[in-house]
Design a protein around this ligand. Structure first.
Ligand SMILES: [Zn+2]
Length: 270
């Protein structure tokens, strides 16, 4: 089954049905999982049993009125794919913790509840994903644009080897008071947690235009970037469906994260 088919199966479902779909796929892929129920929602966690783990995360909820294909069924499909691949061919030194968060769209509610209840012990860092179904280049959204963290450096190294352009950007969603789930981990002390998104040349042009402006009115700049960048053309709209997306972007991100974790596993001496 292709990854875009997984995206299509999530498209238009209620958030509860999306949660059930995550569990269905994990069962289908023979991956054991835990459901963390908290006051207003539920997260799904796949623990590896290893003492040291790299988190791979995505939120499965969508905003009301949006079918939630690129935001964020694409990231869920890639998370599932990565877990399946490591289940079939396990790592030697470290493990992968799969994290599927609820209620990201309500303000990182699921990931905050996870960090509060489960802590971050044993977690080396987190590869979080948002909107990975459109574009042949990579944007990394990070709280720390100068981070020398092992996960981010390894990911950039793998992109370079594969000749895939990869750029770091300031977290414009954070400027609008709405970051991604990696931010819950940053706040809990995991600095090497950041977000991966796919982008196109046109997105880069828009970003260059706005990021070159003085920082005096970042909020306005961000809003204008939202309205012009193709990345955001269906963002949180009823048109966020799989027909705008492509399998190639999904596979590219799955391979980049998979190969980064393989590299970390071979280099980390634990
Ligand atoms: Zn999202």
């Amino acid at each position: 089954m292709s990854l875009i088919d997984i995206v299509r199966n999530f498209e238009g479902l209620s958030n509860f049905a999306r949660f059930e779909m995550v569990c269905d796929y994990l069962e289908r892929f023979d991956l054991g999982f835990e459901v963390q129920i908290y006051s207003s929602g539920r997260n799904v966690i796949v623990n590896s049993g290893s003492k040291k783990e790299i988190g791979v995360s995505s939120h499965f909820d969508a905003v009301p009125g949006s079918p939630g294909a690129n935001d964020n069924a694409t990231a869920v499909a890639v998370t599932l794919d990565i877990l399946k691949r490591f289940n079939n061919d396990p790592l030697k030194n470290i493990g992968v913790r799969g994290l599927f968060f609820d209620e990201e769209e309500k303000g990182l509610v699921g990931s905050r509840a996870y960090v509060r209840a489960k802590g971050t012990e044993g977690l080396i860092g987190v590869y979080n994903m948002e909107m990975v179904g459109l574009g042949d280049k990579i944007a990394l959204w990070s709280d720390d644009l100068l981070s020398e963290g092992l996960l981010i450096k390894t990911f950039e190294c793998v992109c370079k080897q594969d000749m895939i352009p990869c750029f770091r950007f300031p977290d414009i969603r954070k400027i609008l008071n709405n970051s991604g789930d990696h931010y819950s981990f940053n706040q809990a002390g995991i600095k090497d947690a950041f977000c991966i998104t796919t982008i196109s040349d046109e997105d880069i042009k828009v970003a260059a235009k706005y990021l070159s402006l003085p920082n005096s009115n970042l909020s306005l700049i961000s809003r204008q970037a939202y309205s012009e960048a193709p990345l955001f053309s269906n963002y949180h709209k009823s048109s966020d469906n799989a027909e705008h997306l492509n399998e190639k972007s999904l596979k590219m991100v799955s391979n980049l994260i998979y190969n980064s974790i393989r590299k970390l596993d071979s280099e980390l001496k634990i």
